[in-house]
Design a binder for this molecule. Sequence first.
Ligand SMILES: CC(C)(COP(=O)(O)OP(=O)(O)OC[C@H]1O[C@@H](n2cnc3c(N)ncnc32)[C@H](O)[C@@H]1OP(=O)(O)O)[C@@H](O)C(=O)NCCC(=O)NCCS
Length: 243
Amino acid sequence: MTLPESHAHLWWARPERFTDPAELARYRGMLTDDERMKTDRFRFERDRHTCLITRVLVRTTLSRYCDVLPEQWRFRANDHGRPEILEPASPLRFNLSHTNGLVVCVVSHDREVGVDVESLERMGHWLDLAERYFAPREAAALRRLAAEQQPARFLEYWTLKESYIKARGLGLAIPLADFSFDLPAGSPDDIAIRFTRAIDDASSRWQFSLERFGAGHLIATAVERNASGSVCVTLHEAVGPLV
Ligand SMILES: CC(C)(COP(=O)(O)OP(=O)(O)OC[C@H]1O[C@@H](n2cnc3c(N)ncnc32)[C@H](O)[C@@H]1OP(=O)(O)O)[C@@H](O)C(=O)NCCC(=O)NCCS
């Protein structure tokens, strides 16, 4: 598969669709010892399964674009925990996100990318977090909404914010109050980010997408633009068997 420089591909998989024991054993064989240990540390089988599918989705996704076997990839975490390709050297960049029932991996050609997926089931518990952690203008925009619209909009802000801090590779080292999104009513297609002076970044550098995925999930991507302008982000399903 080719990945033009002006594109980013967003691969998704439903972990529960991967059930064949022989296939899962083969997947497990693709992991490094560290990845197997990480997978085994989860207390619940569902989480161990999601972790396995996540690792295999990343490996098989990267291998779609070059002549490297899925088990040959080696990763390292940056100072803030973001996994990045260590070997073999590659211009590919990726980021992943997982939640109940969905795993996603965004991949690009030498541009920063971040992705976050959230389950809409989790709505309704986090509204006070907006007051505490979001930018004041985001919290104010939420307060102006009708009560029944607030949980979904909160989650939209949250998912976008996560996609940005993940694209930067800095995670929560970036205070969530130091940048904000303008979200028009309805489903936004032109999403703008603003920064306080504390953040050394330019809003023109980033392109965001936000969409409902199926009945239960929300996905946001943050993709670095380059001089040639906007990036085409397309969705692809990773169907089993992955290898
Ligand atoms: C780790 C973090 C980057 C994202 O966490 P998250 O949204 O809970 O989880 P996601 O599934 O979207 O992302 C996790 C993946 O991001 C990647 N990741 C980890 N650190 C990262 C970083 N600094 N930058 C980019 N990606 C990172 C990893 O691949 C990780 O998955 P893995 O450990 O299985 O490899 C960070 O933003 C965080 O800890 N957020 C806290 C989330 C939180 O507190 N949620 C509750 C809100 S009340």
